[in-house]
Write a protein that binds this ligand. Structure first.
Ligand code: SF4
Length: 257
C-alpha cells in the first residue's frame, strides 16, 4: 500500500492542508496534542471545518498542572475524547531508581534517554494503526524546523510502525519504481506550517480558545515542567525548552527527520 502526497498551492489555509492530508491518508488520522496554542487552534479548525480527526496526548508524568487544565477545558468545550498514552512504569522506575529525578540535566544522552522513555516509546504506541498524524509544528519556531513540509511522509515512524506486510510491499515498490511521489503509509500533516506566532495568537484570541496560563508568564513553547521555562522578549519561541542545550539539539525525538 502506498500514499501519494498531494500537491498544495503555497497559499493553502490550515483547513485546506488538514482536509487534503486526511483525505490522502485515507485511514485514521490523529492529532498529537501537547495542548499548545497550535494544537488548540488545530482542534478548533478541524471542528469548524467538520473534519474527522482523533486526538492523542502523551502524559510524560512531568507535565505542568496548567497543561491538564487546558485538556479539561477542551474536553468540556468540544465534547471530545483524548486518548492518553503513558510511559511504561517499569522503564520510569528503572530510570529514576538508577539515575535520580533530574538526570536529563546532566548530559544530552541522559536527556534523550528520559525523552525516549517518557515520549518516544509512548508515541510509537499512539501511532500504531494510524494512517496519518497531525502536528502543530511551524517553520518559524526554531532552526530545527525550517525544512518542514505541509504534508510529508513519515518514513521514520512509518518504517517502525507499518505492519511487516505493508512494509515489504512498500520496499519492493520503492526499489522497482523509484517513484519519489509515493511513500510508506504514514503521513505527517503540519497544517500551521506557514503561520506566524502573531497569526496563531490572533486566531486563539478571536475564537476565545482555551489557553495555557503559562503563556501569560512568558512561556512560548510548553513541554515537561522541569525542561521548560519562560523566554525573554525577542528570543526564539523554543529557547525556553532544554535551555541548557545548544539550539540544534532541541527536539525530543518525537519529530525525527
Ligand atoms: Fe524527560 Fe525533560 Fe524529555 Fe520530559 S522533556 S521526557 S522531563 S527530558
Amino acid at each position: 500500500m502506498s500514499i501519494s502526497i498531494p500537491e498544495l498551492p503555497t497559499d493553502s489555509t490550515p483547513a485546506e492542508i488538514l482536509r487534503a492530508g486526511i483525505e490522502a491518508a485515507n485511514g485514521p488520522v490523529s492529532l498529537a496534542c501537547s495542548f499548545s496554542l497550535e494544537d488548540v487552534a488545530i482542534i478548533d479548525i478541524a471542528h469548524q471545518a467538520g473534519l474527522r480527526m482523533g486526538v492523542f496526548a502523551l502524559d510524560t508524568g512531568r507535565l505542568n498542572e496548567e497543561t491538564y487544565e487546558v485538556a479539561d477545558a477542551l474536553v468540556e468545550r468540544y465534547r471530545m475524547k483524548i486518548n492518553w498514552y503513558f510511559p511504561r512504569h517499569e522503564d520510569v522506575q528503572k530510570l529514576e531508581s538508577a539515575e535520580g529525578l533530574f538526570s536529563f540535566r546532566e548530559s544530552l544522552d541522559k536527556r534523550h534517554a528520559c525523552c525516549a522513555i517518557r515520549k518516544v516509546e509512548p508515541l510509537s504506541r499512539a501511532l500504531k494503526g494510524l494512517a496519518g498524524w497531525v502536528t502543530g509544528m511551524r517553520r518559524e519556531q526554531s532552526i530545527t524546523r525550517g525544512e518542514l513540509k505541509a504534508i510529508e511522509a513519515d518514513s521514520l515512524n512509518g518504517d517502525i510502525l507499518v505492519p511487516k506486510i505493508r512494509t515489504s510491499a512498500v520496499t519492493s515498490m520503492y526499489s522497482e519504481t523509484g517513484d519519489p511521489e509515493t511513500y510508506p503509509a504514514l503521513l505527517k500533516i503540519n497544517p500551521l506550517i506557514d503561520w506566524s506566532g502573531e497569526q496563531l495568537r490572533a486566531y486563539v484570541e478571536q475564537h476565545r480558545l482555551p489557553k495555557n496560563r503559562l503563556y501569560s508568564l512568558g512561556y512560548r513553547s510548553i513541554g515537561c515542567a522541569p525542561c521548560t521555562r519562560a523566554v525573554q522578549p525577542g528570543e526564539d519561541a523554543r529557547a525556553g525548552r532544554w535551555w541548557w542545550e545548544h539550539p540544534e539539539n532541541k527536539e525530543c525525538g518525537l519529530h525525527r527527520r
